[in-house]
Design a protein around this ligand. Structure first.
Ligand code: MG
Length: 382
């Protein structure tokens, strides 16, 4: 089809009008005003946090603040001992990519991501901090909320579960009461008191429950018994019943139960998903495992292609990383984005929650604001 020059000019003018922010925001390259600041902040848990692997009262997360052209981007890394990560290592590794980021063209964030992945292969937590910060900056620079840049409908953001860590029956009941705003709860099990925990929860509420064993059951017969029992209690899905390496045993289990089985520790990036397709019904994506938003989107598409359901989860994180994940939440089936609600000193305000539903605001970028400065807490960890 031939198109006249006049029509062509008209069409490009229209395209330009539709994308004024992008047209105006050409460049994004290095400038004298570029900043790259890293700080560690101790996040205090409201309750001692116990899962099948262990307990903690705090988490030391690393915050990255980047700035250029008067626009700020925030990122966060939540190190996890399960994956051999520490705050000290993350701070040291971020220094190694400082010059790469400072010299980069931030609007070309796809190229930039390839560069930092090449410089620090396999460091998912650091990739996450960089990717969140860059996409906060890019969407801030383009003056749009991140979800809008991604073409997503914030009204479709799902309800998030509220997680109840392993505890005594008395504290479990107290936690269930504290979570009364949330229509669905996620219950952590996988130690020797599963029956006690579920009894305490069911005494306090008849809400739908999702259960996370965090690889806590170690043989398939035991897992089958547990899952059948949980099915009888109205549990709507089970996360990571068996260790991540037991894929065949999980497939065996899945054939014998009616409740969906979701992979968490068994999946980190899109490359892990195809081999899990027969063993699990769905996957739990976390930005700290995937290495950020770009890879999380790829995971969503791969899982959908394979007919799997998608949960978006988190570590213990502030409203920086939780808000970043929440911007993707209109694309997923289940959200478990409560890490910021489990801490008492969140330094940021971001995504809101109303009766469990995630509420994304219409501010540019991640839509976060600093409640208290994290950069005043210098490394080493205070
Ligand atoms: Mg989990």
């Amino acid at each position: 089809m031939k198109i006249s020059r006049r029509k062509l000019l008209g069409a490009s003018a229209l395209a330009g009008a539709a994308w004024p922010a992008i047209a105006a925001a050409s460049g994004g390259g290095p400038s004298a005003g570029t900043r790259f600041d890293v700080s560690t902040k101790r996040l205090l848990l409201r309750h001692t946090w116990t899962i099948s692997r262990g307990s903690s009262d705090f988490k030391d997360n690393v915050f990255l603040r980047i700035e250029r052209d008067g626009v700020v981007g925030w990122g966060e890394a939540a190190p996890n001992v399960r994956y051999g990560q520490s705050a000290e290592q993350i701070v040291a590794d971020l220094e190694k990519v400082r010059s790469l980021v400072e010299a980069g063209e931030w609007l070309k964030y796809v190229d930039l991501r390839e560069q930092w992945e090449r410089a620090l292969p396999g460091r998912s937590c650091i990739h996450a901090a960089l990717d969140i910060a860059i996409l906060d900056w890019v969407s801030g620079r383009l003056k749009a909320p991140l979800y809008r840049l991604l073409g997503l409908n914030a009204g479709k953001a799902p309800v998030t579960t509220f997680s109840i860590g392993i505890d005594t029956p008395e504290v479990i009941k107290q936690k269930v009461e504290e979570a009364k705003e949330f229509p669905v709860l996620k219950i952590k099990v996988g130690r020797d008191n599963d029956a006690e925990i579920l009894a305490a929860v069911r005494e306090a509420t008849d809400k739908p429950l999702r259960v996370d064993a965090n690889e806590g059951w170690h043989d398939k017969e035991q897992a089958l018994e547990k899952v059948r029992w949980l099915q009888g209690l109205g549990v709507e899905l089970i996360e990571q019943p068996l260790p991540a390496s037991m894929i065949e045993e999980t497939a065996w289990l899945r054939e014998r139960v009616g409740v969906p089985i979701i992979a968490d520790e068994a999946v980190r990036t899109a490359a892990d998903i195809p081999r899990l397709a027969g063993a699990y019904d769905g996957i739990n994506i976390k930005l700290m495992k995937s290495g950020g938003i770009q890879e999380a989107i790829r995971m969503i598409h791969v899982a959908r292609t394979l007919g799997m359901t998608i949960m978006l989860g988190c570590m213990i994180e502030s409203s920086v990383a939780i808000s970043a994940a929440a911007h993707l939440s209109p694309m997923v089936d289940y959200a478990d984005l409560d890490g910021n609600l489990l801490i008492s000193n969140d330094p940021f305000i971001g995504v809101g929650v109303e009766r469990g539903k995630l509420i994304l605001n219409d501010r540019p970028g991640l839509g976060i604001r600093e409640r208290s400065s994290v950069l005043t807490s210098p490394a080493p960890v205070q």
